[in-house]
Design a protein around this ligand. Structure first.
Ligand SMILES: [Zn+2]
Ligand SMILES: [Zn+2]
Length: 143
């Protein structure tokens, strides 16, 4: 696969980052934690290998959450404006999840090209639609 670079950042512009690859998977997460941390209906989270993520400027503050399975998630956000950039987690130690909406142009992420998985659909609200034929999981993604 040819090397691809995509850039993104936070609302105030202090945090800027690049990813140097295509995501291995794109998780669309309807869990209540993602709903709360994003303030939205669900999270769209392309996943990369940690070395494919480069923080170019600014500082990512980290908040550690212990989830309902007793595992940690480190949520990264801009220390100035609070924008969620994504997270790392104990369950997938080599992966970095990036919140899709923080890319300068998130339109390159598409189900026609990437492997989309819809998870925690048991807490999906009836005011959001999951596209027909999607790969859905009631709970977390199986390992
Ligand atoms: Zn910021
Ligand atoms: Zn989630």
């Amino acid at each position: 696969m040819t090397a691809s670079v995509h850039e993104g950042g936070c609302v105030c512009g202090k945090v800027r980052y690049k990813v140097h690859a295509e995501p291995s998977i794109v998780v669309v997460c309807h869990c209540e934690w993602c709903q709360r941390r994003t303030g939205s209906a669900f999270a769209v989270i392309p996943k990369f290998d940690k070395p494919e993520f480069e923080l170019c400027s600014g500082e990512l503050k980290v908040y550690r959450e212990i989830n309902e399975y007793g595992r940690w998630l480190d949520l990264g956000f801009c220390a100035t404006c609070g924008t969620n950039i994504g997270f790392t987690q104990e369950r997938w130690p080599t992966a970095r999840a990036i919140d899709a909406g923080t890319f300068d142009d998130p339109s390159w992420i598409t189900p026609s090209k990437h492997d989309f998985r819809y998870i925690f659909v048991r807490t999906n609200h009836d005011w959001t639609n999951i596209p027909e034929g999607s790969q859905c999981y009631e709970d977390q993604l199986p390992t």
